[in-house]
Design a binder for this molecule. Structure first.
Ligand code: ZN
Length: 145
């Protein structure tokens, strides 16, 4: 099922509102949301529509999306994803993607994709928390279009 949202009253999301598309999908177990290159955010079908949890996932994934769309002074995306690599140009870390893991190219440290200790995930979780609390205080509305 496909559904588009208009997300109002959020300075973070306002400028992207037109290009942000939110799609419900049956995602892999344990995965609540996915940000795809090209402005699509996928949300797992288990998450209730209009809930604070949904707001959290949207803001979390939107943070990834924002970083993928923004560039630094060298013209590189702040966050880059492809099938083999993840490059975090904010924390200056390059990872190799393998079997659902991200391996730090410098240190060899391995984390599961989406692990809360990864710097780009820390940033996204912080954005998700902010979105959730703003939603709970009714400063943010998720509405059907
Ligand atoms: Zn994430």
């Amino acid at each position: 099922m496909q559904r588009n949202f208009g997300i109002t009253n959020s300075p973070v999301l306002k400028k992207q509102e037109k290009s942000l598309e939110i799609v419900r999908d049956n995602l892999e177990e344990g995965v609540m949301g996915e940000a795809e290159n090209g402005g699509v955010i996928k949300i797992d079908v288990s998450i209730e529509e209009g809930s604070a949890e949904e707001a959290e996932v949207v803001f979390h994934e939107n943070k990834h999306q924002e970083e993928m769309n923004a560039t630094n002074a060298d013209g590189e995306p702040l966050l880059y994803y492809d099938d083999n690599k993840v490059i975090d140009n904010i924390a200056n870390i390059t990872y190799t993607r393998k079997d659902g893991n991200l391996i730090n190219d410098k240190t060899g440290e391995t984390f599961e994709e989406g692990h809360k200790k990864l710097p780009h995930e820390i940033r996204a979780w912080a954005a998700g928390e902010k979105g959730k609390s703003a939603f709970s205080k009714k400063n943010v509305k998720l509405k059907n279009k």
